[in-house]
Design a protein around this ligand. Sequence first.
Ligand code: NG6
Ligand code: CA
Length: 509
Amino acid sequence: MKYKFSALLLCLLAALSHAVAQQSVMKPNIILIYTDDLGYGDLTCYGTSIVPTPNIDQLAKNGVRYTNAHATSATCTPSRFSLLTGKYAWRKEGTGIAPGDASLIIPTNTVTLPKMLLTAGYNTAVVGKWHLGLGDASGVNWNGKITPGPLEIGFNYSFLIPATGDRVPCVFVENHEVLNLDKNDPIAVSYTGPVDATAPTGKSNPELLKMQPSHGHDMTIINGVSRIGYMSGGKAALWKDEDFADILVNKATAYIQSQKNNPFFLYFSTHDIHVPRLPHARFAGKSGLGPRGDVLLQLDWTVGALMDVLKKQNLLENTLIIFTSDNGQVIDDGYKDDAVEKLGNHRPNGIFRGGKYSAFEAGTRVPFIVSWLGNIKKNQVNDALFSQIDLYASLAKLVGGTIPTGQAPDSENYLSVLLNKSQQSRTHLIEQSLNSTLSIIVGDWKYIEPSKGPKVNKDTNTELGNSTTPQLYNLKNDPGETNNLASQFPDKVEALKQLLETVKNKSKT
Ligand code: NG6
Ligand code: CA
């Protein structure tokens, strides 16, 4: 009798714990708003912006603002690679800033973040900047079926700016095809030399330009702006940069409407505030800071427009929204757009040193905001050390997704931080600069490995944080990384160096 009773009790307990486990798996819609080159101090809710960003601030008011969250890299392609694969980009060759004709850098057998979500019952889409390459090693056929691409690595729908706004080809790619392509006017693209020797370039005909390049960006002219790379043809398909924000919002809106009855994941990757900064007429001249400030206003409008769509569809309480940036800020990134001259008191770095490309904090420490009405408390600030690489494992935990052995090797589950149930910092976090100098943060300490890379990016006027000797900073006492303590704390340097080596070698085991 006693045995029977205990067995019954055990069964009840098992059933109960199963029910609890089931309950803790939730499948909200997930929208990841991934902005481009947005600095830590570019938003008013982060304290040092003089450009009003009310819609993004509202998102922060509705949820959590993180003060110590990082992209994995100080440039775009590696940050995006890590985000979607859960693997540090520096583990894989060929993941630096991708040219516009790069082939897909994520192998199609990778169980990516969207593929994991697909398997967990989500519909998945990417709308916006891609910059992870398209096509296979034989090259991409812009005039035919463009594959492999997002659809082959886990997205059900894709609408892309294929690389960046400043790289050819200047056309949108929807699923497997260039949008609005006239087959009688085929596209040719080259990154080695002109494809049409008679066509004017930014270099040969600067008088044709509405915005002059400051460095690079002097090749094929599209929409009055010279770009990186050469292209001809595809006239009917060419984009107008000023329409980017509207077009991306429209595509995202259509996608959200089509998926409102089942869980969806939307990777919404804005062009703003990358160069060339060409705001829509609604925003041009409105910030007083020149085009960089104007596209910041446009970015804020974009977020407001997406929120309106969610509200109209009654989805706000069933949607987890994550807002962040692929790398830190840059002022002059290749065009004379008055960003330097009109910066005034705007402090896009906040209190941090460096910027996009840099091993210093402003390279990867970026705005990070999470909101999920009804599920996450409003008006919170979370100071945990958090990496975007952990979105993969954390979201898998949230939705009950499975990560096959060997996949997402660097991603760890910090769902409790993502939902602001804890302030538990990552045990260590790796940052990657433009020239792949790696840094490691543990607690308050940051070690930057020695590097022969240049000290300053002369084009963008960014301190790159490179030094041939080790650097050690205490980020708590010296967030601006002004005081290198390496010679005072050799043991600390050694410990962090060793840990960095261990993490680097992890893939070899
Ligand atoms: C650099 C470009 C810069 C920008 C960057 C990529 C030059 C001189 N500079 O090489 O303008 O396009 O690549 O930016 O060409 S990112 O945000 O996509 O990483
Ligand atoms: Ca970027």
